[in-house]
Design a protein around this ligand. Structure first.
Ligand SMILES: O=C(O)CCC(=O)C(=O)O
Ligand SMILES: [Fe+2]
Length: 180
């Protein structure tokens, strides 16, 4: 499913699927499956489920147990995302922002808790191969669109990500070459 979605994204950017599969070594891509559990909290207004962050990787595919909690930042405001029954929610990750030279943005999101129900989510991340050096696709760099990020081996990005606290889009800021 991730690969089908990526195909559409490459197409929307005018990139060749084969080129991207090769550049990011997607035949041995890094995939991570993680589960989050948010038990009911007696004072939800004093607690955070997950602080605001963007995900590493290209896409994250999220399955929720039908309990509200996810919020995304949209035009400066936090917006609640209602889980739709029998659906996956897909977030764009930092590496789509890097590869697309900023055409796509990674989604800033957070999870809140509530006092009534346990919330659960399962996250599947689709990311480049650990040894792939991820940098903006050369076809998307021009005088009007100067290169926005420096290249970094995905494995190194991940190690640094794991060593840091989740904080907004701080990982992208580490490799950003121009202020937005
Ligand atoms: O629980 C959620 O809805 C979000 C989980 C999440 O953002 C993450 O695990 O990165
Ligand atoms: Fe996330």
């Amino acid at each position: 499913m991730g690969m089908e979605l990526l195909k559409g994204i490459w197409e929307s950017l005018g990139l060749e699927e084969n080129d991207m599969t090769k550049a990011l070594d997607l035949h041995s891509c890094f995939q991570l499956l993680a589960g989050n559990i948010y038990p009911p909290c007696p004072q939800p207004e004093l607690a955070t489920g997950l602080p605001a962050h963007s995900d590493f990787g290209l896409l994250t595919i999220l399955l929720q147990n039908g309990v509200n909690g996810l919020q995304v930042k949209h035009r400066g405001n936090w917006v609640r995302v209602e889980p739709l029954p029998n659906s996956f929610l897909v977030n764009t990750g930092d590496h789509i922002e890097i590869v697309s030279n900023g055409r796509y943005k990674s989604v800033l999101h957070r999870a809140e808790v509530n006092s009534q129900s346990t919330r659960m989510s399962i996250v599947s991340a689709v990311a480049p191969s650990l040894d792939a050096i991820v940098d903006p696709a050369s076809q998307l760099v021009s005088d009007e669109h100067p290169v926005m990020f420096r290249g970094m081996r995905f494995g190194e990005f991940l190690e640094r990500h794991q060593a840091n606290r989740l904080r907004e889009k701080s990982m992208l800021d580490l490799i950003r070459l121009h202020a937005e």
